[in-house]
Write a protein that binds this ligand. Structure first.
Ligand code: IPM
Ligand code: MN
Length: 357
């Protein structure tokens, strides 16, 4: 079958990780007789340099016309002093809105062979850790009204957290559907003791929960959730939360697994066209050195095959190859232990995964 994939390499380590994932996809295409057609588009700092804006219309149109988008990472010190509407990050936020990607799935699990890379004590990790964060992605404080004005104490700035019933309903449904395929437990994270938007979130989640009587629902304030996640990570299965809380908790969850370089994500809307990216950023400090871990992006490509293309077996094949590489002791710099020798480069890790496909 033919699949059109929009490729956005972006900035920093973006080009390196995307080239790893493309290599893997090309091997999978050959093995299973598919045709992945890659079309490259600019976004982020790379787009600012080339066109003056972080998200050219051509990129929006190209992504919309594709079967899905594979995204590297954007941003870097070079563009940090740009005004808000011209920052590289604006491209990512713009694409999420333009493509209607209200769901962000961020799975995090421990690979037994990597238990030592976790920042948590072995006895805590031994209890297991396998969760998925269902992050609302097109609402909340990321997209609420913001600005500068003269306030009571002089100049001030504000951002607004706003959620509609509809936005909470649809993300809650995704969480419950996800839970039905897993362990039937949803932890809904909010700050309902303070925020009105969280109180609406909580009542809406409970209303949708009635449609899923088999699923256990636990409400948790975000501060407590941040604590429980490192106290007893095995207690979590599906977490559903707002845009900003999900952003923060997913970075925290990554450290439990050992490295943010392992975590993939998929962003979905109401169509099959998804958006797949590692949860990590452009890591300018290690860019261009061929030392970045390609696994998060390779696993994102696997998610693309599963969720957008319905290529379950092909996705399993990639995930199994990654598992095998980890079990075989192959380590990039972010996951290597003191006594584990020299780390593999990004291309070496990619090739090692390909050898195990
Ligand atoms: C992420 C990133 C983005 C976010 C930034 C780059 C806008 O941190 O995907 O987690 O906050 O959503
Ligand atoms: Mn983030």
């Amino acid at each position: 079958m033919n699949f059109n994939i929009a490729l956005i390499k972006g900035d920093g380590v973006g080009p390196e990780i995307i080239s790893g994932a493309v290599k893997v996809l090309n091997v999978v295409a050959e093995k299973y007789g598919h045709n992945f057609i890659f079309n490259e588009y600019l976004a982020g700092g790379a787009a600012i340099d080339a066109t003056g804006v972080p998200l050219p219309q051509e990129t929006i149109d190209g992504c919309k016309a594709s079967d899905s988008v594979l995204f590297g990472a954007i941003g870097g010190p070079k563009w940090d002093s740009m005004p808000g509407h011209l920052r590289p990050e604006k491209a990512l936020l713009g694409l999420r809105t333009e493509l209607g990607l209200f769901t962000n799935l961020r799975p995090a699990k421990i690979y037994p062979a990597l238990a030592g890379a976790s920042t948590l004590r072995p006895d805590i990790i031994a209890k297991g850790f396998d969760m998925v964060i269902v992050r609302e992605l097109t609402g909340g404080i990321y997209f609420g009204e913001r600005g500068r004005r003269d306030g009571k104490y002089g100049p001030e700035a504000y951002d607004t957290e706003c959620y509609s019933v509809m936005e909470v309903e649809r993300i809650a449904r995704v969480a419950f559907e996800t839970a039905m395929k897993r362990n039937k437990k949803v932890t809904s994270v909010d700050k309902a003791n303070v925020l009105e938007s969280s109180r609406l979130w909580r009542e809406t989640v409970h209303r949708i929960a009635e449609e899923y009587p088999e699923v256990e629902v636990v409400d948790m304030y975000v501060d407590n959730a941040a604590m429980q996640l490192v106290r007893e990570p095995s207690a979590f299965d599906v977490v559903v939360t707002s845009n900003m809380f999900g952003d923060i908790l997913s970075d925290e969850a990554s450290q439990i697994t050992g490295s943010i370089g392992l975590l993939a994500s998929s962003s979905l809307g109401s169509s099959k066209c998804g958006f797949y990216e590692p949860i990590h950023g452009s890591a300018p400090d290690i860019a261009g050195k061929n030392i970045v871990n390609p696994i998060a992006t390779i696993l994102s490509a696997a998610m693309m095959l599963r969720y957008s293309f319905d290529l379950e077996e092909e996705a399993d094949c990639i995930e199994a190859a990654v598992n095998k590489a980890i079990e075989d002791g192959l380590r990039t710099a972010d996951i290597i232990g003191d006594s584990e020798g020299t780390p593999l480069t990004c291309t070496e890790m990619t090739d090692a995964i390909i050898a195990r496909l």
